[in-house]
Design a protein around this ligand. Structure first.
Ligand code: UD1
Ligand code: UDP
Length: 363
């Protein structure tokens, strides 16, 4: 069996590399096609996991639109699929790369295996365009690797036959086994020594504009009022995000950095006090590392973390972000409840379950 793993952004790479490594360990032929929707951020992850690309469509352009990504990935995959002739293509999650690769496979009647299938918010514009992408991939996927029972239920409700769904856990948790180290050190941690360190990320397209302004204003006020708090925000390279993040400049307890490499990010997350984020993957990392997360979004496709209490959905309203952030800084009981809630995203052996199901079904 010939597998082609096709992906293009940082989170896809973090969650796909454990699957590639596991399949290869079992002697399966896996070719790796990067769309290059991301560039430096993707290269960092490939290095961290020691996975080399066999081909790279290099589609990234500064300030790219959804049309740009779709057009370039479709045209590149037309050629790659003809040349590689894989038996099955593995895609991950919900990016525009994921959608365009799955659509390409459908056009050429090639089997698709969807890693992290079945996540839903129920609102096709939140997150945008990810909710559309993942729903569309489900239409064409032959094998669905659902991280949780709730994700499986979402798929069954949409009419996916049960024999095509495998509950595996999330491969994000597998990735932490490679990245998090006991002897880790970093000058950023020296800078934060003696303070409570807050790690923040924000990059979602639906948060551009007023939501970002609200979030940054609330966060700045809460940090300025709390002398023992320091905050690190690795700013996404998207020019729209860089511009908005300027609202946090000029405060000596807030550090804006370039995106952190995945080893740095996971290790700093493991040592911080709490996380503020609109990211998907960090909603999985943080509960596994016993860190509370305030989710800076209107919706989440990760209700399991809300149910265990590890995540709190705070939205993007300025007053709500400020109040919930202050609550977590000021209320020890609330903090402990969230920090020690259980991790619902798996035991770190998801890649092995994906490999079991794939090899059983496709060989
Ligand atoms: C993409 C995904 C999103 C995912 C996020 C993870 C889509 C539409 N969005 O959003 O689902 O949560 O990745 O980070 O698929 N850039 C660089 N270097 C890089 C990467 C990006 O300079 O390595 C800049 C470029 O100017 C690029 C811009 O960021 O045009 C936006 O990248 P894009 O992939 O379109 O959107 P993300 O916000 O990264
Ligand atoms: N991450 C990273 N460096 C950063 C910010 C995040 O390595 O500066 C990691 C994070 O730990 C998680 C993944 O990137 O594993 C999440 O990616 P992102 O937030 O870009 O995408 P999403 O999960 O929202 O699609």
């Amino acid at each position: 069996m010939k597998v082609l793993a096709a992906f293009g952004t940082r989170p896809e790479a973090i969650k796909m590399c454990p699957v590639i490594t596991e399949l290869r360990r079992r002697g399966c032929e896996v070719r790796v096609c990067l769309t290059g929707q991301h560039r430096e951020m993707l290269a960092d992850v490939m290095n961290a996991f020691g996975v080399a690309a066999d081909m790279n469509l290099e589609v990234m352009r500064p300030g790219q639109t959804l049309f740009d990504i779709n057009r370039e990935v479709l045209s590149g995959m037309d050629r790659v699929l003809d040349e590689e002739k894989p038996d099955v293509v593995l895609v991950h999650g919900d990016t525009t790369t994921t959608f365009a690769v799955a659509l390409s496979c459908y056009y050429k009647r090639i089997k698709v295996g969807h890693v992290e299938a079945g996540l839903r918010t129920g609102d096709v514009f939140s997150p945008y365009p990810e909710e559309f992408n993942r729903r569309a991939v489900t239409i064409v996927a032959d094998l669905n690797f659902a991280p949780t029972e709730a994700a499986k239920r979402n798929l069954l409700r949409e009419g996916v036959p049960e024999e095509r769904v495998f509950v595996t856990g999330n491969t994000e948790i597998d990735a932490l086994k490679t990245t998090v180290r006991a002897d880790y050190a970093n000058p950023l941690l020296d800078w934060a020594k003696g303070s409570r360190l807050v790690l923040m990320t924000a990059h979602r397209r639906e948060n551009f504009g007023e939501p970002f302004e609200n979030i940054f204003s609330a966060v700045r006020r809460a940090v300025e009022e709390t002398p023992d708090v320091k905050l690190i925000y690795p700013v996404h390279p998207n020019p729209r995000v860089r511009e908005a993040a300027k609202a946090l400049e000029g405060c000596d307890r807030i550090k804006l950095t370039d995106p952190l490499g995945v080893i740095d990010f996971h290790n700093i997350l493991a040592r911080c006090f709490l996380a503020l984020t609109d990211s998907g993957g960090i909603q999985e990392d943080a509960p596994a590392l016993d860190k509370p997360v305030l989710v800076l979004r209107r919706t989440t496709e990760r209700p399991e973390g809300i149910a265990t209490g590890a995540l709190k959905l705070v939205g993007t309203d300025e007053a709500a972000v400020y109040t919930e952030f202050r609550r977590l800084l000021d209320d020890e009981a609330e903090y402990s409840r969230m920090a020690f809630a259980s991790n619902p995203y798996g035991d770190g052996n998801a890649a092995s379950r994906v490999a079991d199901a794939l090899l059983h079904c496709v060989m």
